[in-house]
Write a protein that binds this ligand. Structure first.
Ligand code: MN
Ligand code: MN
Length: 288
């Protein structure tokens, strides 16, 4: 088993574990901490903070240390788990709760793309299948979110895998690692817009910083997370309350702060995602 296969297997197991912990009243911080612990127990590292996005939030929510957000009966929760083993990344997501038909729409759309993950398939063919499948359930595919090519230590390593036919005629090639992630919504728009901060960050532009706290954080971020996204909570674990250190890094353009992505007509959103190795026989690396 190579590191891609190991990372995929751990990601799948941790997603399954996360889903098993969800019941009304469960605290999202508790969920995130347990899933991330499991990743490490199984020999991986988080490739990004576990995303726990509720209802109209499609993606990019990571709880903070003192977060009291709970999963309530009727909520729709997306759990998106990323694991890396020596930089080889497994990225996988599923939705639990509320609207079963909406969950089934994104799950089925993902399932139908797997046989297409062969050399020569055009990217738009994948998008077309996703969009048509989701529409057949009476929902909308979110067109401005997409899957992505993955390479070592790089989650978004080139082209996007569209969630609709966007006319991209570039082709999949043997051995590529790709994440496919359909999002389905009952909203009218099928588009997300950027909302409030997510507590997820990325080192974008490392350069010297004057403030001593910010400098200390920057050193740790470089060493521990490098080019991969990280959670404010991980810095809190190491340094305690963050004060202004992280804010300074963001303000100076050294660290990027990700916004939460919310369906723009306030629709509820479901997501399904696998990491797949392209081949004559496609290999679903995150198969549960
Ligand atoms: Mn993901
Ligand atoms: Mn992804």
């Amino acid at each position: 088993m190579d590191d891609w296969e190991k990372a995929g297997k751990i990601a799948a197991e941790c997603l399954e574990y996360g889903l098993s912990l969800v019941s009304p009243g469960v605290n999202l911080m508790h969920l995130a901490v347990h899933i991330e612990k499991k990743i490490i127990q199984l020999g991986g590292k988080p490739a990004f903070p576990v995303n726990l996005s509720l209802n109209k939030v499609a993606a990019h929510y990571a709880p903070l240390m003192n977060d009291e957000t709970e999963f309530k009966k009727g909520d729709m929760l997306k759990i998106d788990v990323g694991v890396h083993v020596n930089g080889c990344i497994g990225d996988t997501a599923a939705t639990i709760g509320g609207n079963k038909k909406l969950i089934e729409a994104s799950r089925k759309a993902l399932e139908k793309t797997i046989p297409l993950c062969k050399p020569g398939t055009e990217l738009r063919e994948i998008g077309k299948v996703i969009n048509e499948t989701i529409e057949s359930y009476g929902f909308k595919s979110i067109k401005n979110l997409s899957g992505h090519l993955i390479s070592e230590y790089n989650l978004h390593a080139g082209f996007s895998i569209p969630n609709h036919n966007n006319n991209d005629s570039r082709k999949l090639q043997e051995g590529m690692i790709i994440a496919i992630e359909p999002f389905a919504t009952d909203g009218n728009n099928g588009l997300i817009s950027e909302s409030v901060p997510s507590n997820i960050y990325l080192l974008e532009n490392p350069r010297p910083v004057r403030d001593p706290t910010a400098r200390k954080f920057l050193k740790y971020i470089k060493e521990e997370f490098g080019t991969l996204p990280f959670a404010a909570r991980w810095l809190e674990n190491k340094f305690g309350p963050l004060g202004f250190g992280l804010k300074i890094l963001v303000k100076e353009g050294i660290v990027r702060s990700y916004p939460q992505l919310v369906e723009s007509s306030q629709g509820i959103v479901s997501q399904a995602e696998h990491t797949i190795r392209v081949g004559k026989i496609p290999l679903v690396l995150t198969k549960r």
